[in-house]
Ligand binder design. Sequence first.
Ligand SMILES: Cc1ncc(COP(=O)(O)O)c(C=O)c1O
Length: 393
Amino acid sequence: MYHADEKGYYGEFGGAFIPEMLYPNVEELRQKYLDVMYEESFKKEFNQLLKDYVGRPSPLYFAKRLSEKHGCKIYLKREDLNHTGAHKVNNTIGQILMAQKLGKTRIIAETGAGQHGVATATVCALMGMECIVYMGEIDIARQAPNVARMKMLGAKVRPAFSGSRTLKDATNEAIRDWINNPVDTHYIIGSAIGPHPYPDMVTRFQSVISEEIKWQLKEKEGRENPDYVVACIGGGSNAAGTYYHFLDEPEVGIIAVEAAGKGVETGESAATSALGKVGIIHGCKTMLMQTADGQITEPYSISAGLDYPGVGPMHSHLHKSGRAEFYSATDDEAMTAGLELSQLEGIIPAIETGHAFAIFDHKKFKPDDVVVISLSGRGDKDLNTYIDYFGLK
Ligand SMILES: Cc1ncc(COP(=O)(O)O)c(C=O)c1O
C-alpha cells in the first residue's frame, strides 16, 4: 500500500513522465533494475562496499542529554558518520554499480547541498568513471567546501544559472545533458524523485537505514519498532530509507519535517505539503509548489538540500493517505536546533538535518516514547552559514 506498484505509482503519485529521447534509457533501467538488485553478485558487492568503504552499519546512538531536554527517549541514526558525511553515499554506491551493469561510461548528477555531488564524485573516482555534477550558482557559493571536494575528486562542476539558481535548476540542466547523451550516460539522481524507477530504486538503496535501525533498536530497547521515526525532507531519500521497513507497521508513527524557509506564508518557503498541489516535476506526478496557472514557484530555504519545490511521490502519498505527519520548520528553528544538538551532544549537523531536530518546537512526545531521528548529515559544509548566522566570529 505504501510501496511503489510496478508502474511506479504510490497511490495517485509517481509514474514516468519523460521526453521521447529519454525513453530508451529509462525503460532499460525500469526493465532491469530489480533483477540486477536481486543478483547475488550485485548484493554481495553492494553490501561489501557499504561495510568496508562507507563504514556501515552506522551507529544508533542514544542521545541522553537531548532526551532529558525534550522528555522522551531520543536515538540518532548516525548517517553523518558515513564516508563523505551523509546518507547520500548509500544510493550512489548502488547506482554506480547499476550503471556498470548497464554498460554506461559517463555519469551525471545534480546536487543542492553538494552532499550528493560529493558522494557521486567519490564513487566515480572509486570506479574510474567520468563525472559531471550540475549545481545551482547560489548553491555553489553557499556550499563552497563541497564544491572544492568534488573538484579534488576529479569531477567537473557545472553551474546552473536559470530560475532560483538552486537544486531545481541544477536538475533541469542534468536532464538536458541526459537528453543530449542518451546512450553512454547514466544519471545518478540523488533523491527519491524523478521518473519511475528512480524513486523506488533510490528508496531501496537507502532502506539499509531502517533495516539497521530494527536490529539496533532490538539490541538497545528489546523491540524492533520505535514509537516514531523522524526525518527531514528535501526530495525525500533519507526519509524514505528511514521509514521503509516501518511503513507497514502501524504502531510506528512516521514524521516528516520540511523547510518552511522564512515562514510558510511568506512566499519564501519550500514547504511543499502545506503549499503544493498535484503536478509534474522532473518526470513524476507529485505534490509541487506552483502558481494558479501551473508555473513552478521558486522555492526558498537556508538549506540548499531542502530548497526544492516538490517532494518524492512516496511522500506525497504518505501525506495524502495520512500515514505520515508533516511539519515544517523555519530557517530560524532549524538553525537553533542545529546549535542545540551541537552543544548538548557534541554533534554539528547539516542544516538540512537541523530541520528534523526542530520537530521538538512542533510536537510534544511522551516520556516513554522512543523517537529515532535520522541524522542525515554532518555540518562541516555549513560552518560558514552557522558562523554568519550566530555571529560566532
Ligand atoms: C545532509 C542532508 N540531509 C538531507 C538532504 C535532503 O535530501 P533527501 O530529502 O533526499 O534526503 C540533503 C540533500 O542534499 C542532505 O545533504
